[in-house]
Design a protein around this ligand. Structure first.
Ligand code: UD1
Length: 355
């Protein structure tokens, strides 16, 4: 069986790793890894490959940044001849980034089967580019690997036949389970004993100057109660500079490699974020998570996990923060099948159905 994996952006790398490593252990499986180049900075890409123990990509399409149309189109143009020439038995795509949907469009039209890892998540908010990517990719996919029960329900409601849906659990948690022991060895030097770990990069939060200004003001307020540790995404850093904002007391750090970031998360008093994956990782780690969004495509982190949606309301952020600081935070549990074995399940299903 010839399998081609396509990744492009930082959150894809921890999802492909467990699937690739599990398939390496199966017989008669040939794998090719293609990086679209959507993320290209060393600290947004290369370092993740090293730490996750995945081989360097066989091909890098080097598309770089651009508007949604430009980035998506460029990936399609560069990928199409490779798909037509190689005609893999299946192409696996991950998550909900532009690289995911661009690949699904190319493969569907070339008649090449698509497997979507992390299928079925829905925020029901079509102003999010990722929601569009998720909806389109799931309509085109032939095999849909879901991380949670809500995802399966969403797909069934959208009319996806049950035989295409495979409940496998959360592949991102596989990488966490495997590498958390290394994170515990990372030195804590230079870190305050208690801190709020902050990440912020959603267009809805950072692309509008007023919204970004208000969020930074709210974080300055948090910083009075609890030191803020803020590794800034390149998009966010760029917007802060573009809008002439100067959150002096907030010390912006560069993005961290995977293992160092896991260490930061696992020791945080609270995590404040607008990321998708971090809502899941904090739920697994049992660390309180305050999400700066009105909705989430990962509702299980709210119903079962430690996640609380605070939206963009600074009062809600403050009241939830005070609840954490007084030790009255929400207690969570780990969702079913978030057990470090999702990559193995996907490998078994692929070999059984397509091998
Ligand atoms: C993308 C994904 C988002 C995911 C996020 C994780 C889409 C639509 N969005 O958003 O779902 O949560 O990745 O990080 O696919 N930049 C750099 N260096 C890089 C990459 C980006 O400087 O290596 C800067 C560029 O200015 C670029 C901007 O960040 O224009 C945004 O990058 P882009 O890939 O368009 O989207 P993300 O915000 O990273």
């Amino acid at each position: 069986m010839n399998i081609l994996h396509i990744v492009g952006a930082r959150p894809n790398f921890m999802k492909v790793a467990p699937v690739l490593l599990a398939l390496n252990r199966r017989e008669n499986v040939a794998q090719t890894l293609i990086h679209t180049g959507q993320h290209y900075d060393v600290n947004m890409s290369d370092v993740f490959f090293q730490q996750l123990g995945i081989p360097a990509p066989d091909i890098n399409l080097a598309v770089g940044s651009g508007t949604h149309a430009k980035q998506t189109a460029e990936i399609m143009i560069r990928l199409e001849p490779i798909i037509l020439e190689r005609r893999p038995d299946i192409v696996l795509v991950y998550g909900d980034v532009n690289s995911t949907v661009a690949t699904a469009l190319v493969c569907a039209k070339a008649g090449v089967p698509i497997g979507h890892v992390e299928a079925g998540l829905r925020s029901f908010d079509r102003s999010m580019p990722e929601e569009i990517n998720r909806l389109v990719t799931d309509q085109l996919a032939d095999m849909l690997f879901t991380p949670s029960v809500d995802a399966e329900e969403n797909l069934r409601k959208e009319g996806i036949p049950a035989e295409k849906i495979f409940s496998v659990g959360n592949v991102m948690i596989d990488s966490l389970v495997r590498l958390l022991p290394l994170a515990t060895n990372i030195s804590q030097d230079g870190l305050p004993p208690r801190y709020a770990l902050v990440t912020l990069h959603r267009p809805a939060n950072v692309d509008d100057s007023d919204t970004l200004k208000k969020i930074l003001e709210a974080l300055l307020e948090v910083n009075r109660d609890l030191s803020v540790v803020f590794p800034a995404h390149p998009r966010t850093r760029k917007r802060i500079a573009d809008f002439g904002l100067n959150p002096e007391q907030l010390c912006l750090l560069d993005p961290f490699p995977y293992i160092e970031f896991l260490a930061l998360q696992s020791r945080a008093t609270v995590v404040i974020t607008d990321s998708g994956g971090i809502q899941e990782e904090t739920t697994f780690l049992g660390v309180p998570c305050l999400t700066l969004r009105e909705n989430t495509e990962r509702p299980i982190t709210v119903t079962l996990g430690t996640n609380v949606l605070v939206g963009r309301d600074p009062r809600k952020l403050r009241s939830e923060l005070l609840r954490v600081l007084s030790g009255k935070q929400k207690k969570g549990s780990i969702p079913p099948q978030w057990d470090g074995r999702s990559g193995e399940r996907i490998a078994d299903i692929l070999v059984r159905q397509r091998g």
